[in-house]
Design a protein around this ligand. Structure first.
Ligand code: FE
Length: 235
């Protein structure tokens, strides 16, 4: 049965106990997918495998690129010139897309969005968080980025400019954050461990792990309950 007939028959949300026709883009997606499978261009298994790999992916690939760039200025230059090629250099495919890496500097902070829908460098960061796809983020970050970033807990000083980069179907952005002070001599793996998804979107900066609070460390341990050492009364 075709997607159109399926939607017409009201089977889309039958499991949920109510009729909900496909939205326009859902119908487009299902129609195209069924057509590709029918013509033998892809298989259902291949699509399911690709979806599973995407869901399992985190921001490790993007973090690995950032760590390499922090340690290797030549790689960083190549990454800023051509993000897609720099990703592929580390074995990460960026099929059919132009990846643009934008560098945070002492003067400029960058943040990414897709104002139209949810374009995101999934091949490097995995699936986007829900808030990235939400209308409030998409509409507000372009109008009042400083305020939105502050709501994420990132206070960008007023002397630092904020640039918002709008992704689209052909081009994706990724932020190259600044390397935190105090990481001199760190290994590539250690540095990559500091780079979170939010740093690569631009709504956070990499931070060193917080040291245990001094007060907490100095607080004496609660003494264990004393055993009853009183001698039994003589009767
Ligand atoms: Fe989009």
């Amino acid at each position: 049965m075709t997607a159109a007939r399926d939607a017409k028959a009201g089977r889309v949300a039958k499991a949920a106990g109510r009729y909900e026709p496909y939205a326009y883009f859902q119908l487009m997606e299902v129609s195209l997918r069924e057509l590709l499978v029918e013509k033998g261009i892809v298989t259902d298994d291949a699509i399911a495998g690709a979806m599973a790999a995407m869901r399992a992916r985190g921001p490790e690939r993007g973090a690995a690129m950032v760590a390499r760039a922090w340690l290797d200025p030549a790689y960083k230059a190549r990454m800023l010139a051509n993000g897609s090629m720099a990703a592929e250099e580390l074995g990460f495919e960026v099929p059919g897309l132009r990846l643009i890496v934008i560098e945070n500097t002492p003067d400029t902070h960058n943040v990414i969005v897709c104002t139209l829908c949810s374009c995101y460098p999934r091949m490097l960061l995995g699936l986007p968080p829900e808030w990235y796809k939400s209308r409030p983020y998409r509409s507000r970050v372009v109008r009042e980025p400083r305020k939105v970033l502050a709501e994420f807990g990132l206070k960008v000083p007023t002397k630092v400019a904020i640039r918002v980069h709008d992704s689209n179907a052909d081009m994706r952005y990724m932020v190259l954050p600044r390397r935190p002070a105090g990481t001199e001599g760190w290994s590539e793996a250690q540095l990559a461990g500091l780079v979170t998804r939010d740093c690569l979107i631009g709504v956070a900066d990499p931070a060193l792990p917080k040291p245990r609070r001094r007060a907490q460390a100095a607080r004496p341990r609660k003494p264990a309950k004393r055993a009853n050492t009183r001698k039994p009364r003589k009767s």
